[in-house]
Design a protein around this ligand. Structure first.
Ligand SMILES: NC(=O)c1ccc[n+]([C@@H]2O[C@H](COP(=O)([O-])OP(=O)(O)OC[C@H]3O[C@@H](n4cnc5c(N)ncnc54)[C@H](OP(=O)(O)O)[C@@H]3O)[C@@H](O)[C@H]2O)c1
Length: 248
């Protein structure tokens, strides 16, 4: 698929990787839909940056754990001709669990945003893509999909592992409509948010465990996703992009 001129919805694009993807794909000529749930100011800053470079962008508030809000979001895309590319990027930050949130509540929250969100957004997007005869869905997973996690990352890891199953099944059921569904599973992406989240000392330790001895750049993730979008014969697959983390 050629990205120029296509409608691309990136969930959770008010900050971090999602924001960088929004800027990158607007630069390639896509009409970008920036989605946020809580961080309006941050999302507006992303929109301003895209507009200042002449990009085509809209902003949509939507909690991806809420079916009614997703329906509203997708109907806004429909008014613009329908979604061509969906990037399921939104996630609950596993380091920001509230102290008063018990295990049952936290499970529901993590699975709601990280798994039910991509599931519902994809199913609704596929209906629009079917009418167009083409479409691309990219699910953002993580190295944690394959690993045993500590208690802090347990629910996050589960949600990402299930995403791989979602990718394969959606790829199978939507292939006949010219739609491809793939997973991109990054290792650590370097950003100010990541340094703040993990702390500099712990970050250094993580980096020493990566064969390439550095974290990935958002631009490198955007390149991997661009490849997935532009290659029409790739579906049901996972691109692991992690500096060689699985080699040793
Ligand atoms: N950063 C990494 O090193 C890394 C590594 C591996 C995989 N990944 C994956 O890459 C993706 C992006 O990671 P990131 O580090 O950039 O994430 P992040 O900094 O935690 O940002 C998460 C985004 O999701 C949004 N969000 C949270 N709850 C939402 C909801 N209910 N509905 C809609 N949006 C919601 C947030 O916006 P609001 O504040 O507006 O809600 C924010 O824009 C994630 O899927 C993550 O698992 C990241």
């Amino acid at each position: 698929m050629i990205i120029d001129g296509k409608n691309i919805l990136i969930t959770g694009s008010s900050q971090g990787l999602g924001a960088q993807l929004a800027i990158a794909f607007a630069g390639l000529g896509a009409h970008v839909f920036v989605n946020y749930a809580h961080s309006k100011e941050k999302a507006e800053a992303v929109v301003r940056e895209i507009k200042s470079s002449g990009g085509n962008v809209d902003i949509i508030k939507c909690d991806v754990a809420n079916i009614t809000e997703i329906e509203n979001m997708l109907s806004q895309l429909d008014e613009h001709g329908g979604v061509d590319i969906l990037i399921n990027n939104a996630r609950i930050d596993p380091y920001k669990r509230r102290n008063d949130c018990n295990d049952s509540e936290w499970f529901d929250q993590v699975i709601g945003v990280n798994l039910k969100g991509p599931y519902l957004c994809s199913l609704m997007a596929i209906e629009q893509m079917k009418r167009k005869g083409s479409g691309k869905i990219i699910n953002l997973s993580s190295v944690w999909a394959y690993r045993a996690a500590n208690k802090q990352l347990l629910e996050y890891a589960m949600s990402k592992a299930a995403m791989h199953s979602l990718t394969r099944s959606l790829a199978l059921v939507s292939a006949e409509y010219g739609i491809t569904v793939n997973t991109v599973a990054p290792g650590m992406i370097v950003s100010d948010e990541m340094t703040e989240r993990v702390g500099e000392d712990k970050l250094d330790g993580i980096i020493q465990g990566i064969p390439l001895k550095r974290g990935g750049a958002p631009a490198e993730m955007a390149d991997a996703i661009r490849f997935v979008i532009e290659n029409d014969y790739l579906t049901g697959e996972t691109i692991n992009i992690n500096g060689g983390t699985y080699m040793p």
